[in-house]
Each structure stands twice: as structure tokens, then as C-alpha cells.
Design a protein around this ligand. Structure first.
Ligand code: HSE
Length: 437
């Protein structure tokens, strides 16, 4: 190697940080052969430096991440501490210091990416974020570079490993939600605050990023319609199977003539679809583009080594581009900054999908008729109905309805009327159905 080694500084030695140290050491020779020069981990910062020094003997570890960001010898800062602050301040300071940044922080990119990329472009440095979406799947590179010839129409993906793991365990092994979540946490898949996974916030962060690079629109996390998986019961998983579907937590983005649709929520998808068979911590993203057609990207969506794989690939990319003209690098959001298009983000009320409904109803004449009458009045057509025999002595039954496609606003109106019926108890469970056709 003729070029000098590149020194990097690592912020965070948790699950992913540990994976990065491991991969950099394990594959040092191949990484150098690919990058054209050695990538040296000069120093790191961790919240508990004494503990980490014992785990990583020989590595200089500070408690203060700003010491790393301000070290003039560090050419690339790898930010793996997560969260919004101080990550935002550290990344902006690294950029101001003329350093390139590699980050796995989807919250930071989704919520502050517009500001961060503008600062990076002004300073002529790169902020790379492959690990922010889909764990080890090179989905950012695939959309931003591999599909650069295409007009992308829509994408749909399982983009949270924790919820996919939980739903898979519940369906396959009959595990409780809480037990499956505890397992996902122990395996290092969940966010520091697992409600981000469960409530769909993590998937919304990732969908924000995917929509931007697919359609060339600004990052607009606040415009993503977000639902989590807490309402899904083992009964729903079973009923969905009876109807020929699987329930997955899905991110969906589509560009239409009126604007961009961005939503994350549980969805029934036909069980013959490849996406329906993506289980455990695996993620997959289906992209529909005009020239290539439909392509699918599949792989581990979380975990130390898969995420480190994406972080180190970014590092290699950044190191390779150190000698290129800063105005001629791959744009952060796939499209040139001056060509980002401010297409409106659509409101969920305007979105049209089919629905799975589960109602707790009294088992007496007229109740089902009253329900179907309300749906009919909103022009909601029913595709299938299941009514389970009530357990001995019980007066209430579960009624499951599958509807044809309808606008969200109409379904919301119909459900308020149904929930107000005498013979219907408690809130209805409503899960969207996506055929992904
Ligand atoms: N908590 C995230 C997940 C980690 O479960 O997908 C990877 O981004």
C-alpha cells in the first residue's frame, strides 16, 4: 500500500461499536486491500471507559467523545452512540473540524439529516449512513447507486428486526410478546429504549431515509404515519393465517402524482409473498422501479456483526473517496442537493388500503347485520368474514372481517359507528392489508 494509513475515532463501544472493533481487526488485511490503505482505529470514547479499557486492552478509550472529535489526527469519526444529543452536536463538530463521519444513527439522520448534510456539503466532507437502515443489508447503496437509472415507484420493507423477531416468535413458538421482546433485547437487537421498536418509531426513522433516497425528497420524519405492534395478539396472527396471510410490521413509501405516501404499521401480506416469509431478525426491502421492475434485498436487520459490516463498508467507501473532488462524490440523499424536490407528503386519510378488522361482538341476531350495514353505508365491500364459535358459556364472539380497498378516512368513520353499536364491545382491531402487487 503506497498511501499513508487513515486514522479513525470511534464514538461508542456498545453492541455495534464492539462489532466494528472486531471486524476491523479480524479483516484488517482484506479491508486495507479494498480501501487501498490501512484503516487504523486510533482512539475511542465510551460512557464507561474503565470497563471498556478492560474489554479492549491496547485501545485508547476516553470518557469524553469531544476529545475524539477534536483530535486533529482523526480523519474519520464513527458515531455509534445513538440518540439525538449529544450525537448531533458531535457530528456537526466533526464536520466543522473537516472530518468525515460514518454513523449508524437512524434517529439522527431521519430527524437532523437535512441540517447535517447541508453542513457536510458546505465543508466538503461525507456523512455515510448505510448501517442506519436494514442492519447489514446494503440497501442505501443499492437504492442510491445500484438503482440510479430508475424512476422508483414504491418500496415496502420489514425494517425493524426486533418487531419481526417478536412477531415470528409469537407465531412460530406461541411465545408471549414480553418473552420474545426480552429475547430480542438479550440478543442486542432492540434499541436502548425498546419502545422505539415496539411503537414503530425506529421503522419510521428508517422509512424516512429510504423515501428520501428513493424519491429525492427532503427527510421528513414528522410526516411518516406510524403505528407499532403492541395491539397484535396471537389470535390475530392465527386468524391472518386462516385467511392466507401473515402479519408483518411494514414500512411503505410510494410516490404518486399528488405527493409522497410514507407509513409504517402492521400489515397482513399474502403468505405466498417472499416478504411474508422473512422471519426472526431478518429484514427485507422490496423496491418497485420502472426499468428494473421489482427487486428484493434481504439480510440480517440488527445485531453487532451485521451492523458492523455496514459501518466498515462505509468506512472503506469514505477512505477510497478521500482523494476525490468533494463536489463529485455520491450525493448524500442520492439526488444532487440542488435537485431535491419538495413534493408534498400525503396525509394518512388519503391513503387507500384493504383492512382486516377484529371485533368483539354479542352473539345474537342483528349484530352482524348492523356491522355490515355500516360498512355498506361507507361503500366498504367485504371480502371475507369469520365468526368463531364462542367458548362455552361466553356471550361474545370474535368477528373477523376482511374488506376490499377503501380510503382511510372512510374506514375511520365506519369504525367509530361500529364501536358505538350496542352489540359491539371495546375498540376494534384494525390492521391494513397489503398485496404488494
Ligand atoms: N432496533 C433495531 C431493529 C436495530 O431491531 O431493527 C437495527 O436498526
Amino acid at each position: 500500500m503506497s498511501l499513508e494509513p487513515v486514522d479513525i475515532g470511534l464514538l461508542g463501544l456498545g453492541t455495534v461499536g464492539g462489532g466494528v472493533v472486531h471486524v476491523l481487526a479480524r479483516n484488517a488485511r482484506e479491508i486495507a486491500r479494498r480501501a487501498g490503505r490501512e484503516i487504523r482505529l486510533l482512539r475511542a470514547a465510551a460512557r464507561d471507559p474503565a470497563k471498556r479499557r478492560a474489554e479492549y486492552p491496547g485501545l485508547t478509550i476516553d470518557g469524553d467523545p469531544f476529545a475524539v472529535v477534536d483530535d486533529p489526527r482523526v480523519a474519520v469519526v464513527v458515531e455509534l452512540i445513538g440518540g439525538l444529543e449529544p450525537a448531533r452536536e458531535l457530528v456537526l463538530r466533526a464536520i466543522a473540524n473537516g472530518k468525515h463521519v460514518v454513523t449508524a444513527n437512524k434517529a439522527l439522520i431521519a430527524q437532523h439529516g437535512n441540517e447535517i448534510f447541508a453542513a457536510a456539503e458546505a465543508r466538503g466532507v461525507t456523512v455515510a449512513f448505510e448501517a442506519a437502515v436494514g442492519g447489514g443489508i446494503p440497501i442505501i447503496k443499492a437504492i442510491r447507486e445500484g438503482l440510479a437509472a430508475n424512476h422508483i415507484e414504491w418500496l415496502a420493507g420489514i425494517i425493524n428486526g426486533t418487531t419481526n423477531f417478536v412477531l415470528s416468535r409469537m407465531r412460530e413458538r406461541g411465545e408471549s410478546f414480553a418473552a420474545a421482546l426480552a429475547e430480542a433485547q438479550a440478543l442486542g437487537y432492540a434499541e436502548a429504549d425498546p419502545t422505539f421498536d415496539i411503537e414503530g418509531v425506529d421503522a419510521a426513522h428508517k422509512l424516512t431515509i429510504l423515501a428520501s433516497i428513493a424519491f429525492g425528497v427532503p427527510l421528513r420524519f414528522d410526516r411518516v404515519y406510524t403505528e407499532g405492534v403492541a395491539q397484535i395478539t396471537e389470535d390475530d396472527l392465527r386468524y391472518a393465517e386462516t385467511l392466507g396471510y401473515r402479519i408483518k410490521h411494514l414500512g411503505f413509501a410510494r410516490r404518486g402524482p399528488d405527493g409522497v405516501e410514507m407509513r409504517v404499521h402492521p400489515a397482513l401480506i399474502p403468505d405466498r409473498c417472499l416478504l411474508a416469509n422473512v422471519d426472526g431478525v431478518m429484514n427485507a426491502v422490496l423496491v418497485k422501479a420502472d426499468a428494473v421492475g421489482t427487486t428484493l434485498y434481504y439480510g440480517p436487520g440488527a445485531g453487532a456483526l451485521p451492523t458492523a459490516s455496514a459501518v466498515v463498508a462505509d468506512l472503506i467507501d469514505v477512505v477510497r473517496s478521500l482523494t476525490t473532488d468533494p463536489t463529485n462524490r455520491v450525493p448524500h440523499l442520492a439526488f444532487q442537493p440542488s435537485a431535491i424536490d419538495d413534493a408534498p407528503a400525503l396525509d394518512i386519510d388519503a391513503v387507500e388500503t384493504a383492512y382486516y378488522l377484529r371485533l368483539s361482538a354479542e352473539d345474537r341476531p342483528g349484530v352482524l347485520a348492523a356491522i355490515t350495514q355500516i360498512l355498506g353505508a361507507e361503500e366498504i365491500s367485504i371480502e371475507a368474514v369469520i365468526q368463531k364459535e364462542p367458548p362455552a358459556g361466553a356471550a361474545r364472539v370474535s368477528v373477523i372481517l376482511l374488506t376490499h380497498r377503501v380510503r382511510e378516512a372512510r374506514m375511520r368513520r365506519a369504525l367509530s359507528a361500529i364501536e358505538a353499536l350496542d352489540g359491539v364491545h371495546g375498540p376494534a382491531t384494525r390492521i391494513r392489508v397489503e398485496t404488494l402487487a
